[in-house]
Design a binder for this molecule. Structure first.
Ligand code: SF4
Length: 62
């Protein structure tokens, strides 16, 4: 699974990296960065949780 964060849309709520800390992390300004381009299979569920809980729809999983 590939995961991307649209930095034009992310406003830095932090929900993704609080709920899915093994997949997402904050940058210096609190915006989210994905730790992986290709999410390991054992973390796919966490990536989807982050996507589902982003109020801005900034996270894409495919
Ligand atoms: S939940 Fe969405 S808006 Fe908030 S930090 Fe994560 S990607 Fe950005």
């Amino acid at each position: 699974m590939k995961v991307t964060v649209n930095h034009d849309v992310c406003t830095g709520h932090g929900r993704c990296y609080v709920l899915a800390p093994d997949v997402f992390e904050p940058d210096d300004q609190g915006h989210s960065m994905a730790k992986f381009d290709d999410v390991p299979a054992n973390l796919e569920q966490q990536a989807l949780i982050g996507q589902a809980n982003c109020p801005e729809g900034a996270i894409s999983c495919s």
